[in-house]
Design a protein. Sequence first.
Length: 431
Amino acid sequence: PRRRGRAQGLRSTMRRAPAARRRGPSLVVGLWGGCLTTCMLAGDALAASSASPLVSQCLRDAIPAEDRRRIIQSSDDPEGRPIGFWVLNWGSAKLVNFIAMILTQEMLGYEVVRSGLGDGSTTGLYATAGCADPNHYLTPNLTTGPKCSEQPDYAHHVALEVWDYADELAFFERLKAWPRVHPRDLGSIGYRGIEGMYVFRDQLHAANADGLLLEYYKDYNASRHKPWKYFDSYSAIDPARLKFCKDTTIHLNAKTYLEVSGDTDGVMIDSAGGVHDNEIERVGRCWDDHWWLAPSCREMPQNCIPVVTAGDGWYIQESMQKAAVYRLPWALAVGRTSRDWEEIGETHRVLPYWWKPTSSFPARQPEQIIFPPYDKQERDQGILISQADRVTLGKWASANLEGKAQPVHSMLARFSIPQGDIEKMVQQTTC
């Protein structure tokens, strides 16, 4: 993939750099070792609902707060503003933002602020494009939904750990008339992500005792097995803890899903009346306002296994395709908040969307459900029925950051954390 090749080139450049410039990664490790307690506190600060400055100090030789500068974006803004970090709402993303914010303010001498909190990776693209309300990117109207503009007043300048599938093609197509606001891709963050549908260890063992292997997708096939007896009914989950379908990726264009599955009952015409490629746009259909039910259990919904994800509906489109093609009796929904998603997983027998690196569900020991091997050719066509590959995690910056704060832009382009380090970090902190 395009970004993965660029990351490899970056690593080669780093190997040839002078010794003084090779100290970045070791500095990150040293920073982490000295700031564990502070980072735990920062986890709460970064989750706040309003813009949050980073007030703690980690480095011994930090540039004093009174000597830090702001960026001047225009003549109408003589006081300037801090560099805004749009923080994606999961533990590892909060952690790397905390580290990058500390480096920005204490080593480079710029004021920083947590400018917003994003439900999914795609919000990072809209944030760094200058959109004022990135979490509403699903709204068809760019100016009234995510509140994008051809001449943005940038509040968000940086987004870290943006997962590579973050609908980049659709994003750039949508903003093609405004090329000057397109954010800059700063390459890989150094580690990669793994995601998919998982099954908790206790349910796995219970099914194994009966001869059913719930770690393999074929043993969920509703025409051959009865896997639902190892799970709660989806109706047992409090709907107040779930998002409405219209506010999730269930409500995205379902054209590819329809082509892959042929499941006309699983989609509906978009109530907003959208048109895509001269066709009336269809989106996922909802049952009980919160759930999408797979074809293999719609006639007997009591047999639908609850599958719960988080964010704006992470992995939903992929799960819909897999459920339809492989006859998996799944009911898909999205937790209202990250905490709701975690508590549903902790208190109910469900299938959770899960990923690495993360520290969620340590007591329940999730194991990934295995699907047919990764098929790049299919996936390039939007057919998502094979096992997902490891995902490249990226860094994005606003179009104006390099011109307004070149040292920060340069540092972020080189900012990298090894896979082993990030996995240790997320296990040792509540960030």
